[in-house]
Ligand binder design. Structure first.
Ligand code: HEC
Length: 125
């Protein structure tokens, strides 16, 4: 991993809002905010009444889906503490755990494709 402290962007020419944003919040602050975004938005996975893209209800009552959600929040909290330490090694160490927290749920609720059905048809069940 590159050390976020070494990154110092300059304003984009011609002007572009997305690129400009990365000149205001960059380096370690961007890493902090990514972790905070995960901590604060992941609980939205459990909002009742929503549907997945294929129309199935989001499986908010399934114990394992709730556990995968809780695990992602836990890892995001650890990632935030690691970012706050400003220690590249600490953030790198948490990366695999973070990836697993995403992948565990995807294996169960996103990526399963049964023969003869289109990708996405078996999601969220
Ligand atoms: C609790 C379960 C769960 C966790 C944890 C989770 N996801 Fe997902 N993710 C899903 C489901 C289910 C879908 C498909 C939603 C749909 O089709 O409506 C999805 C879709 C996506 C997509 C859209 C791609 C596509 O094929 O539709 C991306 C990108 C994604 N997830 C990234 C992530 C990342 C990055 C993380 C970890 C930081 C994460 N997800 C954690 C369940 C989860």
């Amino acid at each position: 991993m590159k050390d976020p402290a070494d990154y110092k962007p300059s304003p984009p020419v011609p002007f572009d809002y997305v690129q400009w944003g990365s000149t205001v919040y960059y380096g370690w602050q961007a890493v902090d905010q990514a972790a905070v975004a995960l901590i604060e938005t992941t609980p939205l996975f459990l909002v009742p009444g929503r549907r997945c893209e294929n129309g199935r209800p989001v499986p908010v009552d399934r114990a394992d889906y709730r556990r995968y959600t809780a695990e992602l929040i836990d890892v995001a909290r650890i990632a935030y503490r690691a970012s706050q330490s400003r220690d590249v090694e600490a953030v790198t160490k948490i990366a695999d755990q973070l990836n697993d927290a995403c992948a565990n749920c995807h294996k169960a609720y996103r990526d399963g494709v049964q023969e003869g059905s289109s990708a996405g048809a078996n999601r969220c069940q």
